[in-house]
Design a protein around this ligand. Structure first.
Ligand SMILES: *Cc1c(COP(=O)(O)O)cnc(C)c1O
Length: 458
């Protein structure tokens, strides 16, 4: 299995190359040359998450690693989870909550980033090289990247965070890590400023040592998607292979939704994928009005979904709508966001067999948190709550809904204070956070200062 770019100019890449490269040279996103098919009967016979991952991950890594090598990596990839099988499931009538927040940073991003980090390290060891991880974060990506990489001596992580709408817990998860290869950089600017700095750094690369890799950890890295594909199959098994499954997914950059779509293309039998967004509704505008256009970011109570564009969306457009026509895809996304994306109506309707979407404002998010707490004594995190609205609304005996629970509510304590809901069990990851010292390096949004800092600490 080889990989190529959605924009057509970068192709015949093996797994290790796209892992280390992140974004394609032509600005596109990497895709597998075809959708590998799972052996569903084999998967049905597995119970643990890791055993299911062993049926899926090798399908993508074979161009660089033997099956045995991949399987050995998978045996130690996911670590420091508090749940014995990594994932919890809670059932409330015809709605199930898939708890993906039992990892060391209490959000689902541990699944994809721990897998990426394990393979980063494998490549670095075999080539005897080192790497800089550089990323921008507005929420949970940064802490998951830091945690996933901190035990690998060959990797130094520099994560930029804006002065912005991030919970104090989220910030402290990054700033209280005491490790010589981890640096949290607080940027006097917005998340977009941070992302621009990262983009600039990937062009200049002037702080790197000889032969050193510069690694991207944002959600366009294909390996993160691979880690996430696995839990859709896990949910299918845990729910006794129901034939009427729908997944409702709280969405920002469309990574998690694309992982679900990938699972479907690989043979997971599902009915519908429900794309749930907050006030930042670019995806909802696309699915309901065929209007994918960039707008300003609104700050909401589900900050990890506060985005203006959904970076993984290009993969779906390429695969589903354009029938993998990379020339068309190039044109469309090269002209975006100056020109909004609107598909011809026939093409656009191809979404109808698999996708629906919903937009939920802060008020309704709080309402469902309260209702779920009152009815089931269960506390939804604000991101999960956004996706729960459609699930509780549309589920019935013919339609079982699985809501992806992407974070632990204790990451966003202010909301629960306001709602007078007490969170009585803190995940291990979040205990003592407020007693620890913060190690933050503050910068203006100035590339040279930051490059100098990385260079000095490299
Ligand atoms: C990152 C994140 C999301 C959005 O995930 P995407 O893959 O970007 O759509 C949703 N909820 C939480 C808690 C997150 O951290």
């Amino acid at each position: 299995m080889l990989f190529h770019s959605t924009r057509g100019k970068d192709s015949n890449k093996d797994f290790a190359s796209i892992l280390m490269q992140g974004l394609a040279d032509d600005g596109g996103l990497f895709m597998p040359d075809h959708w590998p098919q799972v052996d569903l009967d084999e998967i049905k016979s597995k119970t643990s998450f890791v055993d299911i991952a062993k049926c899926i991950v090798p399908l993508f890594t074979a161009s660089s690693f033997s099956r045995d090598e991949t399987i050995r990596i998978l045996e130690s990839t996911w670590h420091d989870f508090e749940h014995q099988d990594l994932i919890g499931i809670k059932n409330f009538h015809s709605v199930s909550i898939l708890e993906l927040f039992h990892g060391p940073t209490a959000a689902f991003k541990d699944f994809g980033l721990q897998l990426a980090a394990a393979f980063f390290n494998k490549v670095l060891e075999s080539e005897n090289k080192t790497a800089i991880v550089l990323g921008a974060t507005s929420g949970d990506t940064g802490s998951a990247a830091i945690d996933a990489c901190k035990n690998y001596g060959r990797i130094k992580s520099f994560i930029m965070l804006p002065n912005g709408n991030m919970s104090e817990v989220q910030r402290r998860q990054m700033s209280t890590i005491k490790a010589s290869n981890v640096f949290a950089l607080r940027i006097n600017g917005t998340f977009d400023d941070c992302q621009d700095l990262v983009k600039h750094a990937f062009k200049k690369r002037d702080f790197l040592n000889n032969n050193q890799y510069l690694l991207a950890v944002n959600s366009i890295n294909w390996t993160r998607i691979v880690g996430q594909i696995c839990y859709y199959f896990y949910a299918y098994n845990q729910l006794h292979q129901k034939t009427n499954l729908n997944f409702s997914i709280p969405t920002g950059n469309f990574g998690n939704v694309f992982a679900c779509y990938s699972a479907y293309k690989m043979g997971l039998p599902i009915k519908k994928i429900s794309v749930a967004v907050n006030e930042n509704d670019i995806l909802h505008r696309f699915f309901s009005d065929n209007n994918y256009s960039k707008q300003f970011v609104h700050e909401t109570i589900s900050p990890s979904m506060d985005i203006s564009v959904a970076s993984n969306f290009e993969r779906l457009v390429y695969d589903l709508f354009l029938n993998r026509d990379s020339a068309k895809c190039f044109k469309m996304f090269d002209n975006f966001p100056v020109n909004p994306i609107e598909l011809d109506p026939i093409t656009w309707q191809k979404k109808d067999h698999l996708f629906s979407s919903s937009k939920v404002n802060d008020l309704d998010t709080k309402k469902i948190i309260q209702e779920t707490h009152r009815s089931f004594n269960y506390i939804l995190d604000p991101h999960t709550a956004v996706a729960a609205v459609e699930a509780f609304d549309k589920s019935d005996e013919n339609n079982h809904y699985v809501v992806l629970s992407t974070a632990h509510p204790a990451k966003f304590p202010k909301i629960y204070e306001e709602l007078d809901i007490e969170i009585n069990s803190l995940p291990f990851a979040l205990r003592d956070l407020f007693k620890k010292e913060e190690y933050l390096h503050s910068f203006d949004a100035d590339y040279n200062q930051i490059a100098n800092f990385i260079n000095r600490n490299n």
